[in-house]
Write a protein that binds this ligand. Structure first.
Ligand SMILES: *Cc1c(COP(=O)(O)O)cnc(C)c1O
Length: 393
């Protein structure tokens, strides 16, 4: 056996730096409350925005689909793994997004890894927003395209960089998160669209935190800005508001056709389970039917954010239900999160350097449509008590 002591050294380094992530184990379904270590706690840190992960109608659709199609698809999509449920879901996603066509992947991360290298290659350029998600960054690496990073939220910096570097590539792509998960702010998608059109560039928006949150009935960021037909690729996930797993890209029919020939997760990794596909289909149907869950989510978010501000807590300039409570000091933030969990039964995750800049450590509170006003009041009271006990302000 080769010496693996380096593994232990790396783990120790992570622990000494305070960057070792403890993994909490849920003993219950995902919900407004979850059971951890035998104890029920109020869950304020999941991405289950609409509560669809444990929705009875969705669960029934999954169970029925397993009865009809079995558990697994049995092959990659391009050989024998494409089932009619995949096609139905792709049609539904495209119509929900008002796009011509869509392609379903096994995850949002895989959608980014699979799609970006088809759009651009080593003779091309990418303009990438500074705070883009790790899966976009990895997708860009896989593409080998030349990359220029523009400043967070700055259309001016984007234009400056496009002016200077667009000509270095044959094809060109600008890529951004729609909603930034650590701050809750929204990319200036409309302005980016106007600028990029002057530089013969494709536009790719990752809508992972916009689905179920922004736009009519939670259609997402392109709908929110009314940019249907003006954004070449809208990418998204089924793992957040839609409550399941999987991902997709939506775009023109021709582009989706090409992705089916080239995207490596489509060609070399087995298809999404039919049950998951059916569950997501049901989630979208529920969202189309009425927008009460999206309304409730925003109601709860507004109530919670006003509550924090009234208590003197500092939030980021969030424009979405993502509610980052900025504490600043890393150690205090970890202490507060632990206090909330141990003393108050409120589960809310600390986010510290290097995920966010030094001195901007925060607790990211995630309200959802399935939280009651009592849950939100309890959260606010718990933060108030914790801040007093730990002399935070
Ligand atoms: C969560 C997330 C992903 C990954 O989605 P999964 O379906 O969980 O793999 C991609 N991009 C962004 C911006 C995300 O927040």
């Amino acid at each position: 056996m080769t010496d693996l002591s380096w593994v232990n050294e790396e783990i120790e380094t992570l622990k000494n730096d305070g960057r070792y992530i403890p993994i909490r184990i849920l003993e219950s379904p995902q919900g407004s409350h979850v059971k951890i270590e035998g104890k029920e706690v109020l869950n304020m840190c999941s991405n289950n925005y609409l509560g669809l992960a444990n929705n009875p109608e969705v669960k029934k659709a999954v169970i029925d689909a397993i009865g009809q199609y079995g558990m697994g698809a049995g092959a990659v999509r391009s050989i024998a793994g494409t089932m009619e449920i995949h096609n139905k879901l792709e049609e539904k996603v495209a119509s929900f997004k008002h796009m011509e066509s869509s392609l379903v992947y096994q995850g949002g991360l895989l959608a980014n890894l699979g799609t970006i290298p088809v759009l651009v290659g080593k003779e091309d350029v990418i303009f990438s927003e500074e705070l883009n998600h790790a899966s976009i960054i990895d997708g860009m690496r896989l593409s080998s395209a030349k990359k220029y990073v523009y400043n967070h939220m700055s259309v001016e910096d984007l234009e400056r960089k496009m002016k200077e570097h667009r000509k270095e590539g044959k094809r060109s792509l600008v890529v951004t998160d729609g909603v930034f998960s650590m701050d809750g702010d929204i990319a200036p998608v409309k302005e980016i669209q106007e600028v990029k059109d002057r530089y013969d560039t494709m536009f790719y928006v990752d809508d992972a935190h916009g689905e179920g949150v922004l736009g009519k009935n939670g259609r997402g960021i392109v709908d929110h800005f009314g940019l249907q037909g003006k954004v070449e690729v809208e990418m998204g996930t089924f793992s957040k508001a839609l409550g399941s797993m999987g991902g997709f890209v939506a775009g023109s029919e021709k582009l989706i056709d090409l992705l089916k020939q080239r995207a490596r997760p489509f060609l070399f990794s087995s298809a999404l389970n039919p049950g998951d596909a059916a569950g997501v289909l049901k989630s979208i149907e529920i969202m189309e039917r009425d927008d009460s869950l999206v309304k409730k989510l925003w109601d709860n978010a507004n109530y919670l954010q006003k509550g924090f501000r009234d208590l003197g807590f500092k939030l980021t300039s969030t424009k979405t239900p993502i509610t980052p409570v900025v504490i600043g000091d890393e150690k205090k933030t970890l202490e507060l999160s632990s206090y909330l969990y141990r003393n108050e039964g409120v589960f809310a995750s600390p986010i510290v350097f290097p995920t966010v800049a030094k001195g901007l450590a925060r607790i990211r509170v995630m309200p959802s449509a399935i939280h009651s006003k009592e849950d939100l009041k309890k959260t606010l009271e718990a933060f108030e008590k914790g801040a007093k006990a730990l002399k935070i302000h």
